[in-house]
Design a protein around this ligand. Structure first.
Ligand code: GLC
Length: 505
């Protein structure tokens, strides 16, 4: 057990204090709506239909054709169609019910330009419970600030005043900066709270549901576990992109940092009103990473995947970017989706259906080898796992395994703290995570991985370290949004700190 008490955790955090990181590209405001029980679920319909529990049964639904009422039959139809972009309230509610049925994390784009009047009215009537910083850059910057990293350079194209003020410089020193270009083409780092521009604020609507059951279309639906559906806005002005004047300073910036986490590619559109295309933005994204690394070949880059609805976009993220980054962070659905888009549909289906760790490992190895990644990190509700190549020297490799394990242990403490408390406000808070027990499948999972690692017949895995730590599962999480980002960034910066501070890995 690498962390026996809070002091051990604090000591681990000290290792991170000399790390500097670049984060790009997505920050936004998350407006959170909690759906904790049947009543709160039906209220979503009542926003337009009035008191309507009985109307949710298809047969009692004759009067619902008025223009501004939710058409339950259409919701039911849409549940079959499985819409991937949302323009109507019926499409949205269908996807929400499907997401709740599966208990899996989902993000779907809201096409605001074509919203139906009914959906607009519904959105206006909806009351949110709270607002928080969102997007990988936003969530990770605030977490790493508390962990006292040296410098966090957080770049997001849209930085309104509201957005910039939601970054919280809560470390022992100001550590979240925004890169600003000078006339000479250099980058200067400005306290992000003072760096806002005249931009719009991107707001995503998050529907966080708990574990409960409800009746819909005369059927009982059991929500297997708490999770969230994100209705993500796609402002036309949001271009996932570093502008030319800032790009010129990226190679110098890269020299002064140790690592980077890139994410947010799910917001790239196939076509923009000015004729630019997805290819244009992916090529620029590759350039950004190459520039950051150009004067610092040791710079480690982690790509955090996300819930991407469009299969073409998924494939592009993998094909353009996985070959230039070092580490990839994914949840179980994301690895399945990737496998599907790069031609392994059977394995993908198996993972989605059975959640078997053996399949996840097989899939990870395929992705790792095909794109020459240094490491893949997978997080699911039951475990966090690193898969990477072994070091030949056995003694060194054993130390490496211990270090990787420690990074994952740290990540699961961060995640359970956030799940329990909703937020992490200080390093002291991590006591809550540390006191949360591992989930009930912990020993089983550890054993499975032990067997895979030991088995001589499993030659396929002889060259790999497969390191797993069970999650410390919180039963009624306060919130789930951002847990994956918390895990990935915690595990990645710990890994980079080990590389930097003791040269073993
Ligand atoms: C995605 C969403 C964002 C959310 C984040 C959490 O980036 O767009 O709204 O905060 O995921 O992981």
């Amino acid at each position: 057990m690498p962390f026996k008490n809070l002091n051990d955790v604090k000591k681990h955090c000290e290792n991170l204090e000399n790390i500097s990181i670049f984060l790009g590209y997505n920050a936004n405001v998350d407006a959170l709506k909690y759906i904790s029980n049947e009543k709160e679920f039906y209220e979503l319909f009542e926003l337009l239909n009035g008191d309507c529990k009985k109307n949710l049964n298809k047969n009692l639904n004759e009067n619902l054709n008025e223009n501004l009422k939710i058409d339950i039959n259409k919701v039911i139809e849409n549940m079959e169609i499985y819409p991937r972009e949302i323009k109507t309230v019926e499409e949205f509610l269908a996807r929400l019910i499907l997401a709740m049925k599966s208990g899996k994390p989902v993000e779907i784009p809201l096409i605001s330009a074509d919203l139906s009047p009914k959906f607009k009215k519904w959105l206006e009537n909806l009351k949110f419970n709270e607002e928080r910083i969102g997007g990988q850059v936003g969530i990770i910057a605030n977490l790493l600030s508390i962990l006292n990293l040296d410098k966090i350079v957080a770049y997001t194209p849209l930085l309104s005043q509201k957005q910039s003020e939601m970054f919280e410089n809560k470390g022992s020193h100001t550590n979240i900066y925004y890169p600003v270009s000078t006339n000479e083409g250099d980058i200067v780092l400005k306290n992000i709270n003072k760096a806002h521009k005249n931009d719009e604020t991107k707001i995503n609507r998050i529907f966080e549901y708990k574990e409960f059951s409800f009746e819909f279309d005369n059927k009982k639906i059991e929500v297997p576990r708490a999770n969230r559906l994100i209705l993500a806005s796609r402002p036309e002005n949001l271009r996932i992109n570093i502008p030319d004047e800032t790009k010129t300073g990226l190679s110098e910036l890269g020299k002064n940092i140790d690592c980077a986490i890139v994410s947010g590619y799910q917001s790239i559109k196939e076509q923009y009103s000015d004729g630019k295309t997805d290819e244009y933005y992916f090529k620029r994204a590759v350039e950004d990473i190459n520039l950051l690394k150009s004067k610092n070949p040791n710079l480690k880059v982690h790509l955090e995947f996300a819930s991407v609805q469009n299969p073409k976009l998924r494939k592009q993220i993998v094909e353009y970017l996985y070959s230039v980054v070092d580490c990839a962070g994914l949840d179980e659905t994301e690895i399945a989706n990737i496998l599907n888009s790069v031609g392994y549909s059977e394995l993908s289906e198996k993972i989605l259906k059975n959640s078997k760790i053996e399949d996840v490992i097989e899939g990870s190895k395929i992705v790792l080898e095909n794109y020459n990644l240094e490491m893949i990190q997978i997080h699911t509700i039951y475990y966090i796992m690193f898969i990477c190549k072994k070091i030949e020297d056995k003694a060194k490799n054993d130390i490496k395994i211990a270090q990787l394990k420690k990074s994952l242990e740290f990540a699961t403490i961060l995640a359970s703290t956030k799940a329990k408390n909703g937020l992490i406000t200080s390093i002291e808070d991590l006591k809550m995570g540390l006191e949360t027990p591992y989930n009930q499948y912990g020993d089983l999972l550890r054993n499975l991985v032990y067997k895979i690692n030991e088995s001589t017949s499993e030659i396929t895995y002889n060259d790999y370290n497969i390191v797993l730590v069970p999650s410390r599962l919180v039963n009624n999480p306060k919130s789930t949004v951002g847990l994956g980002d918390t895990i990935s960034s915690g595990a990645f910066v710990s890994y980079v700190a080990d590389l930097k501070n003791n040269n073993i890995l």
